[in-house]
Design a protein around this ligand. Structure first.
Ligand code: ATP
Ligand code: MG
Length: 421
């Protein structure tokens, strides 16, 4: 999707070997709907530039449809100019513009930071494109492209850093991390997703600033953790980065150590791109006490409960014969698929007993009381008093049916029940 490299503009960086020119493509493919929004803005006398992650990805050859626009128009002007808009983040200058297919495109007014406190920034409009790019986090995210004039603005040398596959803060790194500690986590996310290295001064500043991560809200950290789990090329690398940068110590001390992670297996699975991008499952894979982690990150009650079940359940049957597998299923029924997936991620292959689980399920062997061919009502008819004893009897019958599924028919179970009563 990136056009042939016959430079329209070059950015330069002075390295040990002298200046290195990074050739930017003459043009890149921008979706027609985005182009349409840009034309409207420009025709109304405003500037409209493509910015952010889509450009970075386009330069890396990764297809992207989510092109964000930065504009000199104020949010109010954007809202007046387009018929259908959504105030996605008007306070921060972002208006969502809906195209004819009702897809949302983010249009953000050029901003400059007035004050920052490590958690949030007070922004001012009336800034230039250059000022807007200067407040962005990393050089690879601070490039602008004019979709109509095919002009590039890359004042911080982002294209060279993309070509060299490295992450570098825009401006003075220590200051930039202090302004917004989330950038430390974003740094780890991009490094794990793109397999980029972090340049030394940016890395050192991130490590030094990491104790400040306590200032962030749990919700922002959770969103970033989930996004990282969703996009990392290697979960092993992500976990390692969180530990080395000092983020794990602050927010996820339960993150497993490299020995415990079964590094090779997780890496292998990542390479196969077969990882289910399920944040609860992956948190359980990477952490001891995943429920404690998700509680700290203020995840939903349902997510915390699921993590708690995964943490409490026996990870595998005691043997891979049908009886042991049925016993295990009777304990873990609802999360058996999750547990098998975790086993696969830890070991790099499915467990040998997975086929036994499938056979048991397809045969419909009893693994829960409600699968039995008789019910509590039948036992009451036999004269058993409703109460705890009734439950115990049903569990006793299930225990026998698990050992021998041929017992799970009404006649046999009634005979066994009479013996038990
Ligand atoms: P992704 O592929 O995850 O969407 P992205 O680079 O587009 O990556 P976004 O979170 O969508 O990331 O943000 C869009 C752009 O806004 C970034 O490319 C960056 O220029 C800027 N940005 C986002 N968050 C921050 C931040 N905390 N500090 C500075 N700039 C930021
Ligand atoms: Mg984005």
């Amino acid at each position: 999707m990136v056009g042939v490299c016959c430079a329209a503009e070059a950015s330069f960086c002075v390295g040990a070997a002298g200046p290195i020119a990074m050739q930017l493509p003459t043009s890149i493919a921008v979706p027609e709907e985005v182009l349409e929004i840009a034309r409207n803005l420009e025709e109304a006398g405003h500037q409209a530039w493509c910015v952010g992650g889509a450009l970075r990805d386009a330069l890396l050859g990764i297809p992207q449809s989510d092109f964000d626009l930065a504009t000199s128009a104020t949010p109010e002007e954007v809202q007046t100019l387009f018929r259908r808009t959504v105030p996605v983040g008007v306070r921060f200058g972002t208006v969502g513009v809906l195209d004819s297919r009702r897809r949302l495109h983010e249009v953000t007014t050029f901003r400059r930071d007035v004050t920052t406190d490590g958690r949030r920034a007070v922004v001012a409009y009336g800034a230039s494109l250059e000022e807007d790019l200067a407040r962005r986090d990393f050089t690879i995210n601070a490039i602008a492209y004019h979709p109509i004039r095919h002009e590039w603005k890359d004042p911080h040398g982002g294209a060279i850093d993309i070509a060299r596959r490295r992450i570098r803060a825009v401006g003075a790194p220590a200051e930039r991390f202090r302004e917004d500690y989330l950038r430390i986590l974003r740094c780890a996310r991009f490094a794990a997703r793109l397999k980029f290295t972090v340049v030394q001064d940016t890395w050192q500043a991130a490590v030094a600033a990491a104790p400040g991560l306590t200032n962030l809200s749990a919700e922002r950290v959770r969103d970033e953790w989930y996004k990282s789990l969703d996009t990392s090329e290697s979960l092993e690398r992500l976990a390692g980065l969180w530990q080395k940068i000092g983020a794990a110590a602050v927010w996820i001390p339960e993150l497993r150590s490299p020995d415990e992670r079964g590094a090779i297996d997780i890496l292998q699975a990542a390479r196969d791109r077969e990882i289910p991008r399920d944040p609860v499952l992956l948190t359980a894979l990477l952490c001891h006490q995943p429920a404690a982690v998700l509680t700290r990150l203020k995840a939903s009650r349902a997510e915390i409960n699921r993590a708690q079940s995964l943490q409490d359940a026996p990870v595998e049957p005691e043997g891979d014969d049908a009886v042991h597998v049925r016993r295990w299923l009777s304990k873990v029924d609802e999360i058996s698929s999750d547990l098998m997936e975790l086993w696969r991620l830890r070991h790099g292959e499915w467990p040998s007993w997975r086929s036994v689980v499938e056979t048991i399920r397809s045969r419909g062997d009893a693994i829960r009381v409600k699968d039995l061919a008789i019910s509590g009502e039948d036992l009451i008819t036999l004269g058993v008093q409703p109460g705890p004893r009734l439950g115990e009897m049903l569990n006793g019958l299930l225990y026998q049916a698990i050992a021998d599924p041929s017992l799970n028919n009404r006649e046999t179970l009634l005979v066994l029940a009479r013996e038990l009563s």
